[in-house]
Design a protein. Sequence first.
Length: 398
Amino acid sequence: MQNYEEDFPLLNKLHYLDNAATSLKPVQVVSAMDDYYLNYAANIHRGVYRISEQATDRYERVREKVAEMFCGNPNGVIFTNNTTESINQLALALSRTVLKKGDTILLTEMEHHSNIVPWLMLKQWNGIRVEYVKLNGKGLDYDDFRDKVANVKPKVVSFVHASNVLGTINNAGEIVKMCKDEGITTLMDCAQSAPHERVDMGRLGVDYIAFSSHKMLGPTGVGVLMGNEENIKALPPFFGGGSMIKRVEKQSFEPAEIPQRFEAGTPNIGGVIGFGAALNYLEAVGFERIMKVERELLEYALSCAQDRDYITVYSNKNVKDAVGIFAFNIKGAHPHDVSAILDENNVCIRAGHHCAQPLHESLGVPFTARASFYFYNTKEDVDALFNGLDRVNEVFSG
Ligand SMILES: Cc1ncc(COP(=O)(O)O)c(C=O)c1O
């Protein structure tokens, strides 16, 4: 197995198992950002001098890279701050175009709050209705999905591609197909899938996707909202100001062409350039390898859990349908205590509701502990996790 410690110095100090919250960043990403800030830190799209042209070129090349990796068109790639902002902006844009009072948005009970609250805001402000597809013991209830698509007649279906608690990868092809047949707009939250697999927007035919750089080796403060050119063209600008206009008069303005019309003000130039380096790194590792390693670790974690009756597992046990997420509880211990004790052994996990309270309601527990794996993790990390959990059990079973 390749040794990643040189590229990710934190791996020398920690068993980092909170990758679903944010991934570690390799030195290549930090160096690309250093290079921008130290050697060509000019603003983009404006300067008629070499370092500004260099910065513009590097920034736009990342847009092209994103388009290539997600099988879309660069004109359909909008840089935002994160997945949350991407979803909020799309929700607001749709509320000013296709959505009217009384229209329904269909979500699923598996969503992260980022794909719930923006729509609940439209419910408060615009009288939009919000409905949810149920879960069954295995994941999404596809019969309920079909039934709601046919009978609730939603205008928009917004669904998570991979769950940040269960790890389950939803059947995006089937969902998009059933929505397309009814002319429903689709948004797929790829925050937890884009770091692990190649999401082919073109093949799926989904209208919009959203994801964050920081969960896929890139810096914080960079996200993407992406759609095909036609869908992106149909959206009104999100914010007004510099960079997003063709012409401004005292009483009117003409917006720039896409995608510039959606990127008002100076963007996170260094961050986008760092994100480009992250995408290059991911491609060099290869998505097949990424998925293989994390599924092996998940399988190993599940087998370790089987030998311990004090652990209840909530995440997907069918590793073929999941990303590397292991959500669990320890008998008698609050997940915050579990996490604090693991931290003493340099094991980092997440504890709480993971911004998915409706999902936890469906699971029948208010919170869980969550270990999430990425390609640079090893069996030793999983062993450290379970050694720590044995210690937690000793403390709380006494
Ligand atoms: C499924 C899912 N959607 C959306 C988000 C929000 O991502 P961000 O905080 O980068 O906006 C997360 C973050 O954990 C997530 O797991």
